[in-house]
Design a protein around this ligand. Structure first.
Ligand code: NDP
Length: 404
């Protein structure tokens, strides 16, 4: 039915490409294009072994997605219906520009972040609204798990359970063990920039800023474990409080182990997480980029990873029956199972599967309208159904307040 270009061949790109090949009725042709072509070729080779019966025609290409003319030329040549951007947040705007230039739809999993400022917000991408609408093109922003499935879960709460959502808590637990002293589960540079930044949450119409990892509590993650979890700022909070204005407080919680925090504190204290360039033997070096180069690649963690992730959304407010209500919607994903299926750990898997689903819904026309959108602006039902079908079963827990 459709030809799609996937940009980025890291942990998430691997999952997106394989899930597209598994869903070969929708994704009849895919191109995996990235900075290092060898990584694209490796994924293409693995697809032949993992899904030998897939009819998806897979091609690969080298591209620098920072370079709009180069990227636009490749898009013109391949002529896909849409681009799935799973490169880095730095490339969001150049890829959106290339999509506008060539007339193809766009989807990503993380909002734009300038390279030289550790700051992420939707303003840059929302500014493309008129250009996409006028071109009759759609851009779907933040369609991974968090953001992505968490936005869908919030829309599901609003559609099926609540007249009014007043308190929203998004919780993200990785209870897995990869056996390394210190590693990040997705791109280390992006991950460390996110965690070392100040925390922030929404309360009574305004943002409340916290020190990094200042607020914590023990949260019970169903089917997994009770884990200490920390408030940090996460990008879906920005669009969710805009699209659900009844929300009085919205927070995002993530688990970190003691060892992880200890390593990160030391690296931060000695300046290794800085994004300020330093002179080293006549060369400009950004400490965080150097650190990324010595840390394990996220995709390399997959083979021996054990344990599960549990990511969900707790909503509190006035239920459909007019009474106070608390409800939790979540998914549990097992690292070893995702490795068996697509040679990926669960953090890459939980991001890549929703990206494939979002693309499918756009291509099928279920979620298609010109303009720039966040995931919660669409009907959550076909997305939840597809999560159940494509490897991320959705569970619900009624009446128990997991996050205080
Ligand atoms: P990786 O670092 O593993 O992969 C990134 C890929 O992008 C690499 O293949 C890299 O190439 C490629 N790339 C980087 N720069 C360019 C460029 N200029 N041109 C072309 N290709 C480029 O990251 P992940 O796979 O872990 O993450 C991918 C995206 O998913 C990130 O934006 C991340 O923030 C997002 N994410 C979203 C989550 C969610 O739930 N919403 C959760 C986790 C991640 P090379 O191989 O040469 O380095």
């Amino acid at each position: 039915m459709s030809r799609v270009m996937i940009i980025g061949a890291g942990g998430v790109g691997n999952v997106v490409a394989k899930k597209c090949a598994q869903n070969d009725e929708v994704f009849t042709e895919i191109m995996i294009a990235s900075r290092t072509k060898a990584k694209c070729d490796k994924i293409a080779e693995e697809i032949k072994v993992t899904f030998p019966r897939s009819r998806t025609v897979v091609t690969t290409a080298q591209v620098d997605a920072d370079d709009v003319p180069q990227l636009a030329a490749l898009i013109r040549e391949y002529a896909p219906a849409m681009v799935i951007n799973v490169a880095l947040p730095y490339q969001d705007l150049t890829i959106m520009d290339a999509c506008l230039e060539t007339g193809v739809h766009y989807l990503d999993t993380a909002n734009y972040e300038p390279r030289d400022v550790a700051k992420f917000e939707y303003s840059w991408q929302w500014a493309y609204q008129d250009r996409f609408r006028e071109a009759g093109l759609m851009a779907l922003l933040g369609c991974g798990f968090d953001p992505g499935a968490t936005n869908v879960f919030t829309a599901h709460h609003a559609k099926h359970h609540f007249q009014e959502i007043q308190y929203l808590d998004i919780v993200d637990c990785n209870n897995g063990n990869h056996g390394k002293a210190f590693a990040t589960n997705f791109n280390p540079e992006i991950n460390i920039r996110e965690i070392t930044a100040n925390g922030r949450y929404w309360e009574n119409g305004d943002w409340v800023e916290t020190q990094p990892l200042e607020i914590s509590q023990d949260i019970y993650y169903p089917k997994v474990q009770t884990r200490k979890s920390f408030v940090l700022y996460h990008e879906e909070l920005e669009s969710l409080v805009k699209n659900f204005p009844t929300i009085r407080r919205a927070r995002f919680w993530m688990t970190f182990g003691e060892a992880y925090i200890k390593h990160l504190s030391v690296l931060e204290a000695v300046g290794m997480t800085s994004i300020e360039p330093i002179d080293f033997r006549g060369q400009k070096v950004i400490p965080l980029e150097f650190l990324k180069a010595v840390l394990p690649a996220p995709e390399s963690l997959a083979e021996n990873y054990t344990g599960q992730t549990c990511i969900g959304v707790q909503a509190k407010g006035i239920g459909k029956d007019g009474r106070e209500k608390v409800h939790f919607v979540y998914n549990v994903c097992d690292h070893a199972e995702t490795y068996r299926e697509v040679q990926a750990q669960a953090v890459s898997y939980t991001t890549g599967v929703p990206a494939m689903i979002g693309a499918m819904l756009m291509l099928r026309g279920d979620w298609m309208k010109p303009g720039v959108y966040n995931v919660e602006e669409f009907d959550p039902d076909p997305f939840v159904a597809a999560m159940n079908r494509w490897g991320l079963p959705v569970d619900e827990l009624a009446g128990i307040e997991l996050v205080k």
